[in-house]
Every structure is written in C-alpha cells, then in structure tokens.
Design a protein around this ligand. Structure first.
Ligand SMILES: Cc1cc2nc3c(=O)[nH]c(=O)nc-3n(C[C@H](O)[C@H](O)[C@H](O)COP(=O)(O)O)c2cc1C
Length: 368
C-alpha cells in the first residue's frame, strides 16, 4: 500500500515536546483497574499498543477516593497506583510514545458507596442530577443529592490535585491534563447551572473560574506550564451541565489560560445533534479562533474531518476516542489509507482483554 501524506502525520510542537504526529489518543475510561484501583499488566499492554499516537492522554484518574464516580477506574493517590502507572509510562516510552495523565474529580457524578467514610458526593451546590448511576458494586441506583463543599474542603481538593500532580511525576508521566470537561467537578464550578454559590467560588465569571485557575497554579508549580494541558467542553450536555450562558466564563478563562502559556487546551466541540441554536456554534468558533495557543479538538472526528480541522487552523492536533479503542495502530492505518476496525460498545467499560487488547493491528502484508 502507498503511504498517503497529510498534516495529521506531521510532527509538531506541543508545550515542551515535539510530537511525532498530530494524533492524540483521547482520554478513555475503561474501568479495568485492579481492586486497589491500580493499573495492571493488562492496562500496560493496552497503552503500549497505542504508543504510535503523537500523544496519549490516559483515562481519567481520580485524585482521591472522594474524586471517584465509577467502579474500577484507576487512581493516582496511593503508592500502589503510582507503581502501576510507572509500568504504563515505561512501556509507552519504550515504544517512543508520549503520555499525559488526565487528573479527575467527578464532583456530584458519584455515589457514596465509593467513599463511604465521607458519605455523599460533593459539588459546588447541592443540586442533584436526574437519572441513575453505578455504585462501587456495579448496581444501578438513582443519583444522590450532593453536598455543597465548604471553603476549607475546596482548599483540601486543591491540595489533592497538587499531590496527584507530584505522584504523576513520580510515575514517569510526560505531563498532566486537567479534566475540566464533561460535567465533572471543575465543569460544575464553571457553569451557573450547577454553581449557585455566593462565596468567592460562585456568581461572577471570575468567581466561577477561580477553582480551575487555582488548581492550574498548583499543577504548573509542580510541572511547568509546558507540561500542563486542560480539557474543556463549554457546550456539553454531559452530566447535565449545559449552560446557555456559558460563553462569558470561557471567554474570561481563555484569556487567563493564554497568559499562563499552557501546553494546550483540549476542547470537546459542541454537537450539532444536541444543539439547534446556530449562535452557539458561532460563539464556539469565536472562542477557539481567538485563542493564541495550542489546541487539540475532540468529538466525532473521522480522518477527513480531522485533516480538515488541522489544515484549516481549527486545531493543531485531533483527539480520537472510539477509533483508538478499536485501532491500536490508528496513525499507520490513516497513513496507508487502510480500513478501520469497527468498535464494540459492549466492551467499552469493564471486563478484561476482550474489546481492550485484542483489536487487530494491520497484518504485515497490509502494512507494506
Ligand atoms: C468509552 C469512553 C470513555 C471515555 N472516557 C473519558 C474520560 O475518561 N475522560 C474524558 O475527558 N473523556 C472521556 N470520553 C470522551 C472521549 O475522550 C472523546 O471525547 C469522545 O469519545 C468523542 O470522541 P470520538 O468521537 O473520537 O470517540 C470517553 C468516551 C468513551 C467512548
């Protein structure tokens, strides 16, 4: 097969690193950590297989027991978890890959069974989600009403992020991505839908952005700005945080992020299937076009739309989620114009090798 040239396959500078291509493996929760929520040999094999991505962003990893919201997701707060992650980073580095860990606090998208000593999930305000969630033993139950965080608890969470960033360094990661998207804790603080606080962390755009910026300050102190990224999803419906008036808080936040000179912003784009108000897409364009820094775009990309995005300056790199689940050698397949393996939703979450490390690579004869 002939190699096809396109901008996705070109190297580029992201923060302190030169990446070998513009394919990012999106953060993907797979719920396959061990009973101590530490990565296993199976997780090592999975990440090793995908090291041809320019950058791997790991599955979201909780910074404390309180930060967990789903069964069998890995943490980055115990020695055993750090040791497990160390095996992962060593494998990716042996294959000449780069890997950042996504730091996670779920906020209200949790259940007390994950942190029985602390009780209810925590959030900016005591506003419950509708619908059902999974407990620590994989039972489906209605969401509990979260407890609003006290000011000193917010300080403790900032400390947990710092400790997690230090642990990530000890585990050999190349950097950290702050998960501030998809309806989790930091996204809950940014949006007025979920943040009705009247203290320094709620109300004005400056106040709602305060926690994200205070956490970033700690991550940058540990890592340096060129090794810190952030994921944002201003117009997401995930976790019931959609806020039609979210634009000003992001406009403010992006100006601040620009001055911090972060390695990148990783944005989850608005979905035409969820939003029929055309002005939202105009606002989104204004946000990303106006940002003077490195951008990674995510959500629903195929090869053609990804090439279009990087060639037309909407992003410097593109994150692929589901295609990376089923195509460990995604960059090689795109380079060769080879077909992609379809993904199997039933094996996304939990289980073992099936649907995790058994997706086929291109066969030798296809790869020449
Ligand atoms: C199985 C699965 C797990 C995911 N886990 C995470 C996660 O841990 N952190 C995160 O920010 N996004 C997560 N996402 C969202 C993906 O990173 C990505 O944005 C989404 O899959 C859309 O990209 P795609 O169309 O290329 O799959 C997850 C998505 C899927 C399908």
């Amino acid at each position: 097969m002939k190699t096809m040239k396109n901008k996705l396959l070109e190297e580029f500078k992201l923060g302190d690193y030169k990446l070998k291509n513009r394919f990012v493996m999106a953060p993907l929760t797979r719920m396959r950590a061990d009973a101590d929520l530490a990565p296993t040999a199976l997780n090592v094999a999975y990440y090793r297989q995908r090291a041809s991505a320019g950058l791997i962003v790991t599955e979201a990893s909780q910074i404390s027991p309180q930060a967990q919201g789903y069964p069998s997701t890995p943490g980055i707060y115990t020695e055993k978890q750090v040791a497990g992650w160390k095996q992962v980073t060593e494998a990716v580095h042996q294959e000449d890959g780069r890997i950042f860990i996504q730091l996670w606090h779920v906020g209200r998208i949790s259940h007390s069974s994950f942190h029985p000593e602390e009780g209810l999930p925590v959030a900016p305000s005591a506003i419950p989600l509708t619908g059902k969630t999974l407990t620590a033993t994989w039972e489906q139950v209605p969401y509990e009403t979260p407890r609003a965080l006290e000011a000193e608890e917010i300080r403790a969470i900032i400390g947990d992020y710092r400790k997690a960033a230090e642990n990530a360094k000890a585990a050999g990661f190349d950097g950290v991505e702050l998960h501030s998207a998809n309806g989790y804790l930091l996204n809950q603080f940014l949006h007025a839908t979920t943040n009705q606080r009247t203290d320094a962390y709620g109300g004005s755009v400056e106040n709602r952005a305060r926690l994200v910026l205070e956490v970033l300050e700690q991550l940058i102190d540990v890592w340096g700005a060129g090794k810190v990224g952030i994921r944002l999803s201003p117009f997401t419906f995930a976790g019931d945080v959609y806020d039609p008036d979210a634009y000003p808080v992001y406009e403010y936040l992006l100006k601040k992020l620009e001055s911090l000179k972060l390695a990148y912003i990783h944005y989850v784009r608005a979905r035409p299937t969820e939003i029929d108000d055309a002005s939202v897409f105009e606002k989104e364009k204004a946000l990303w076009k106006g940002y003077q820094g490195t951008l990674i775009a995510a959500d629903g990309f195929d090869t053609a739309t990804a090439i279009d995005y990087v060639e037309n300056g909407w992003a410097d790199a593109v994150a692929f989620g589901r295609h990376f689940i089923s195509n460990p050698d995604l960059p090689a397949r795109v380079a060769l114009g080879a077909p992609l393996n379809p993904y199997d939703r039933d094996t996304f979450y939990g289980g073992a090798e099936k649907g995790y490390t058994d997706y086929p690579f291109l066969k030798q004869e296809e790869a020449v």
